[in-house]
Design a protein around this ligand. Structure first.
Ligand code: MG
Length: 253
């Protein structure tokens, strides 16, 4: 039994325990978002949505697509169709066709970079024996297929939740609850790693300790408002502090 070092991670974890009534338990599982966490892809997603919007005559601001991050493509299409055209009768097929266009525009923008620090973050999780589950609202084939090459052995096929698996998508807790089920884990043993307010809301609502990393233009305050238990300014900063978070959770009194 040692003396516990007081860190931001330890304090955040204590607040989590107080808020949820969870017992102190080791982290066994990490539920990890894709866009803005593994890949610096949000700028191109926004550009692809803008191009589709121009084509359909929708009014928009490029920033709003950053705020929709986490929603499925079909959900964004339904939101825009309703707002811009007053239409609520979008069939699954129409949504699918429009999303295919957006996905094509995204692909045409070329390969996106990996987020700096992600490799180190995943390595720390792996070496601590923490199970990794991909939980993304995306259905973007190009990125989903790249994951195996860029992060080999990190996300087994049976430990993935994508746009194809969910009915509601983020901010509903559904994708994270599905991730917990696939991993056979409980919220009290699990951290969610997110970069977007709607994703943070979903993580928070699932009952997991939710980490937000501000890898895009959305400020820290939005992440806190959405229910983040702790916020890091960069993925590298999170990767460096991750051992403290694992330590705070795994330390037994
Ligand atoms: Mg994201």
């Amino acid at each position: 039994m040692g003396k516990r070092k007081i860190t931001e991670e330890g304090l955040a974890y204590d607040r989590y325990l107080e808020r949820t009534g969870e017992d102190k338990a080791p982290i066994t599982t990490a539920l990890i978002d894709m866009d803005g966490v593994l890949y610096d892809s949000m700028k191109n997603h926004s550009k692809a949505w803008c191009r589709l919007s121009d084509e359909l005559g929708w009014k928009y601001s490029p920033e709003e697509f950053f705020l929709y991050e986490g929603m499925t493509g079909a959900a964004i299409i339904r939101l825009m169709m309703k707002r811009e055209m007053g239409r609520t009768d979008i069939s699954d097929e129409e949504a699918k066709d429009l999303y295919a266009k957006k996905a094509q525009y995204f692909m045409e923008l070329g390969e996106v970079d990996q987020i700096d620090g992600t490799f180190e973050m995943l390595t720390t999780l792996r070496s601590a024996g923490i199970k990794r589950v991909l939980v993304t609202g995306s259905g973007q084939k190009t990125l989903l297929e790249r994951i195996h090459k860029d992060y080999p052995g990190t996300f087994p096929d049976d430990l993935r939740v994508t746009a194809h698996d969910v009915k509601y998508g983020k901010p509903n807790p559904e994708p994270y609850l599905m991730g917990l089920k696939k991993a056979g884990a409980e919220p009290g043993n699990t951290i969610v790693i997110e970069n977007a307010p709607l994703g943070v809301q979903a993580g928070h609502a699932s009952g997991c300790f939710t980490v937000a990393v501000t890898t895009g233009p959305i400020p820290k305050e939005e992440m806190v408002k959405s229910g983040a238990d702790i916020v890091y300014p960069t993925m590298r900063a999170f990767a460096e502090q991750l051992p403290w978070l694992i330590g705070a959770r795994n330390y037994s009194f």
